[in-house]
Structures are given as C-alpha cells and as structure tokens.
Design a protein around this ligand. Structure first.
Ligand code: NAP
Length: 282
C-alpha cells in the first residue's frame, strides 16, 4: 500500500484506509467484518476510521477485536467525538471511553465529528489537552467548511489541525473549489469519506461506462479507478468501508497505479465538479 506523509507531520498514512460506519456487528457477517479489517491491515490499509457514534460504540469494540495482537504502532487509529459531547470535560470523557472500547492507550487522530453548539475554543482546548496528555497524537475536525476550519485554527493555542474529514466522491466534488486548496495551503490533510457514495455510484460502477473503459485499460476495477481518482492529490486520503475480505482486497489494489491526464479529464467530463464549491455532508 502506498503511504504518504500526513501533511505537516512526520507520520505516514496509507492512501487507502478502512471505514467502519455501519460495520456488521453480529453473527457470521460480524465475524467476516473483523476478518476483513484484519486482511486490510495485512494489506497495509492501516488507517482505521471509527467514531463513538458508530453503533453507539460497538464499531470501536469491533475495531478492538480486529487489532488485538497487532503492535500498536502498526495501526493508525482515528476516532471522533460527537458534537453533543464536545464540551471541554465531555470531549476528554468521550476520548477516554473510546480508548477503553478500542483497548488502546492512545489514538493517532481524534476529530470533532461535525461543528457543535459548544464554543469551538472549548473543544479545541480539550483536544489540545488530549495531545498534551498523550491520549492522541494528532487532532482534527470533520465536516468543516473553510470558515469553520479558520475558526478552529484560531481557537488553537499551541497545536494544529492535522485533518479535515469530509464527504468526497465522484458525485460530490464540492470540496475541490475552495476547501481542498485552503486545506492544502494550511497543510491540513483531507480524508475523503463515503468514497463510493454509499451505493449512489453503484450503477456507474456496474455499467460499461467511462469508469469501466479506464479500468479495462489499467487492468483494474471501476471501484479502484474511483479510489485512485479521489486520491490523485497527494494531500487526500480515503477510507472506504468494506465488510468482506473480497471487497477489502479489491479496495487495496487502488493505490499502485497512476491515472493519466486523459483518464482524469474523461472522469471530469462524466462526473463534473459542482460550481458553487459548497461542502456537502451526508
Ligand atoms: P462507502 O465507503 O462509500 O461505501 C460503503 C459501501 O460500499 C458498503 O455497502 C460496502 O459494502 C460497499 N463496498 C466497499 N468496497 C466494495 C467493493 N470493493 N465492492 C463492492 N462494494 C463495496 O460509505 P461509508 O461507509 O459512508 O464511508 C466510508 C467511511 O467513512 C465510513 O465507514 C466512516 O468510517 C467514514 N464516514 C465518516 C463520516 C463523517 O461524518 N466523518 C460520514 C460518513 C462516513 P460491504 O460493507 O458489504 O463491503
């Protein structure tokens, strides 16, 4: 798996990581989901994204099962605090609960899941405290547009934002106009969530269209083309969620080839970026 420096840090992050929203929690599908996460780790998809919100903490417990026995430094763990918990004390307590469920002593990245009604100074101060206490290596935000990111940055006393995790797929390219250039300039990585549009792109990835034409040329699949396209900028990473070994193996093959300028302009033509540059959320 190709890795790149997390902008502004010395940490290496795989271009393709693994999401855990709606991960199957029980029975045979739950067991397969754990096997899938482990297979992803073997294949170098060591960035695992989770949140206290997912399955009300159950997703973090499933991640704990998948990483059990894996040396801690070989996994890059991201979790997120719910906006409703994002007071100073609430953020610290939420992080402690996530660490317990994940059965680790520290996170690599801890994010505010989306803008909250608590003062941003309060949440940022708590995130900085968590860094000072060794509970997380890096901090960031999610679903923040340019103005929100600026406010969060201004609220930080000594730390910096390492990441803004946002919706980004072929039919939601709003970040490309303002947010991505701004984050690049500020050395804040973009982690693209819902890269497959949670099914909204399924038809495009099945039919004999542009994606298939490009995929055939590179001996890849349409989904691999999608993931490669989304991560064509070196400061963009992605975290597809897959609950089967087969899907994880397919997704892991998305980082070992390059799209040509012609491929990119063909995809641009078929899936044009929005003109207003607004950040969309789910
Ligand atoms: P997604 O990754 O775009 O799509 C997941 C769907 O794609 C699942 O149904 C999965 O099926 C399927 N899939 C994955 N790989 C496949 C393959 N190779 N072939 C066929 N189907 C495949 O959607 P997402 O889960 O919304 O987004 C990814 C992650 O981003 C989440 O899990 C979460 O960690 C994060 N996220 C963050 C936020 C936020 O607000 N920060 C919001 C949404 C998501 P199977 O499960 O059956 O494999």
């Amino acid at each position: 798996m190709q890795t790149r420096l997390l902008p502004g840090t010395k940490a290496l992050l795989p271009v393709i990581g693994q999401g855990t929203w709606d991960v199957p929690e029980h029975g045979a599908r739950g067991e397969e989901a754990v096997r899938a996460l482990r297979r992803g780790l073997e294949l170098g998809m060591t960035h695992i994204d989770t949140a206290e919100m997912y399955g009300s903490g159950r997703a973090e417990e499933i991640v704990a099962q998948a990483i059990a026995g894996v040396p801690r430094e070989q996994v890059f763990l991201t979790s997120k605090v719910l906006p409703s918990n994002a007071s100073f004390k609430g953020t610290i307590a939420a992080c402690e609960r996530s660490l317990k469920r994940l059965r680790v002593s520290y996170l690599d990245l801890y994010l505010l899941h989306w803008p909250s009604s608590f003062a941003i100074e309060e949440t940022m101060s708590a995130l900085e405290q968590l860094v000072a206490d060794g509970k997380t290596r890096f901090i960031g935000v999610s679903n923040f547009d340019v103005e929100d990111v600026k406010e969060a940055q201004a609220a930080l006393r000594r730390g910096r934002l390492a990441c803004n995790q946002v919706l980004y797929h072929l039919k939601e390219r709003g970040i490309e106009k303002r947010l991505l250039p701004f984050c690049k300039q500020e050395q804040i990585s973009i982690v693209a969530y819902t890269p497959f549009g949670r099914g909204t792109l399924a038809a495009d990835m099945r039919a004999g269209d542009v994606l298939h034409e490009i995929a055939a040329k590179h001996k890849k699949t349409a989904r691999q083309i999608v993931l490669r396209f989304l991560t064509r900028d070196p400061d963009v990473f992605t975290i597809p969620k897959a609950s089967t070994v087969k899907h994880v193996e397919e997704n892991s093959g998305a980082a070992d080839f390059e799209l040509t300028a012609g491929d990119i302009s063909q995809i641009d033509g078929a899936f044009p970026a929005r003109s207003d540059g607004r950040l969309a959320t789910l």
